[in-house]
Design a protein around this ligand. Structure first.
Ligand code: PLP
Length: 460
């Protein structure tokens, strides 16, 4: 498989180069596979079709000729000692729990595969590989955990000081050894900009081998497609005559891009709902046709606080605006709505949902209430709710099941959940443990020269 650059179609690289480079430093473009092979669904759709078997069949065409099958099988088994879990919450809705990995968030799926792929490709190289990662919450812990003590690799995590939850901070600042965290005086977008600037700094790249671990890396995106396929097949077995709609709480839009990849590969998914918090750059783009990146706004669903979503570049490269409008409904929800949605889900479905999943839950509720049929082209897009866009699948709602992606354990956002329901969910043991470790983060100005100086001093 070859990978194309979103900004320069003449660039074609292999999987290893796309993984190790993260993005194309010369153009600032992102890598996209040149095609999305259809999977033989017969082969993977049996009653006891295992998640790892589906993962193996799906990733194979993307790494063929670069990772032998036996090594690939071992890599997949090592990456996924846990499964996604599909939970039915009412007659037409499922929640897909993606938080059963080590850091209790869906980013474990992408990060654990990426760490093992990088480690695999780094074996033949001399010198260490330095991973720079900006995080608005869960990326840092997932990446830190996935790379911790992996031979030959170092990780530097940048996060916005004071803008992530105390638990999230503990989860990414308490590593020792090869994983370090910088707390930046700025927003997530500032962190992302520092990282992007480092990648385009050719002098710096002459001194150090740098790579990224954000959702811009294709080796994080491809493995997230596994659970879409796994789940769509399961939901289809349970509801053979219904259409499957997947509702994705989105920030940087990596997760949703992975859903698009799964659909291209043959997953029986009829359409998607792009659901955001008050950072509604993408819903506005779908409504108006104009893409306007903006500064991020802080919300209760803070892992989605992204005003300039990187994967817009991939989505708009893979599809025309018209195709996006036919495939996606879109929706956004403010903080008050998030609290109400958590409460509503608890009361109606006896299911404790986290603030990110709550955005998707509410989007699906609105759609099931017939929201798409009463949408007005003049709807005010500065108000929360469904975006004035009617996808091709609208009208089939009553013959559909919605799969709401639950991207984090509600225990990670206990304060917000308590605000809504009056009860704080218990911390799983693996989270309880990190709360007692010392914070090793280093303060950093939002200033590229200072960041660069720190790298020069600290990278080996
Ligand atoms: C990162 C994250 C998201 C957003 O995912 P994107 O791929 O950036 O759209 C949603 N929920 C949680 C809990 C996350 O950590």
């Amino acid at each position: 498989m070859l990978y194309l650059d979103t900004r320069d179609k003449s660039v074609k690289v292999d999987f290893k180069s796309a993984v190790m480079g993260g993005m194309n430093a010369a153009t600032g473009g992102l890598y996209v596979p040149e095609n999305f092979p259809k999977i033989d669904l017969e082969k993977i759709s049996g009653e006891n079709s295992d998640f790892r078997k589906i993962a193996f069949e799906m990733i194979l065409p993307y790494v063929e000729g670069e990772i032998p099958e036996s090594d690939l099988r071992a890599l997949i088994d090592d990456a996924y000692p846990f499964d996604p879990r599909l939970v039915k919450i009412d007659g037409s809705s499922y929640v897909l729990e993606l938080f059963h990995g080590p850091t209790c968030a869906f980013k474990d799926f992408g990060a654990r595969f990426m760490a093992r792929a990088m480690s695999y490709f780094n074996r033949g190289e001399d010198g260490r590989l330095h991973i720079l990662v900006a995080t608005s919450g869960d990326t840092g812990s997932a990446v830190g955990s996935a790379f911790h003590n992996v031979e030959g690799l170092d990780v530097t995590i940048l996060y916005p000081d004071g803008k992530i939850s105390p638990l999230q901070e503990k989860q990414l600042s308490t590593f020792t050894g090869n994983v370090r965290a910088l707390r930046v005086k700025g927003s997530f977008d500032d962190c992302q900009k520092l990282v992007k600037t480092a990648f385009t700094d050719s002098d710096l790249r002459k001194k150090f081998r740098l790579s990224s671990a954000n959702s811009i890396n294709i080796s994080r995106l491809l493995p997230q497609s596994f659970y879409y396929m796994h789940t769509a097949l399961q939901a289809k077995r349970e509801n053979p005559n219904k259409k499957i709609i997947v509702v994705v709480p989105s920030g940087n839009f990596g997760n949703l891009t992975s859903g698009l990849i799964a659909r291209e590969m043959g997953a029986p998914i009829e359409g998607f709902v792009a659901a955001t918090n008050s950072n509604h750059t993408i819903p506005d783009w779908i409504a108006t046709g104009k893409y306007e990146a903006r500064p991020s706004v802080e919300t209760f669903a803070n892992a989605m606080d992204v005003g300039a979503p990187s994967n817009y570049e991939r989505i708009s490269n893979m599809y025309s605006l018209d195709e996006v409008r036919r495939l996606f409904a879109s929706f956004w929800l403010d903080n008050d709505g998030i609290i109400e949605a958590i409460r509503d889900c608890e009361e109606k479905c006896s299911y404790t949902i986290d603030p990110h999943g709550a955005v998707a839950y509410k989007a699906w509720q609105e759609i099931m209430r017939g929201g798409l049929s009463s949408i007005s082209a003049e709807a005010d897009i500065s108000k929360p709710g469904l975006t004035p866009n009617v996808p091709d699948w609208a009208g089939c709602e009553n013959n559909s099941v919605g799969i709401i992606l639950e991207t984090a354990s509600p225990a990670k956002f206990g304060q917000t959940v308590k605000l809504a329901t009056g009860k704080e969910p218990a911390l799983p043991e693996r989270l309880e443990r990190v709360m007692h470790l010392p914070d090793n983060s280093v303060p950093m100005e939002n200033d590229y020269a200072k960041f660069r100086a720190w790298l020069e001093e600290n990278l080996r």
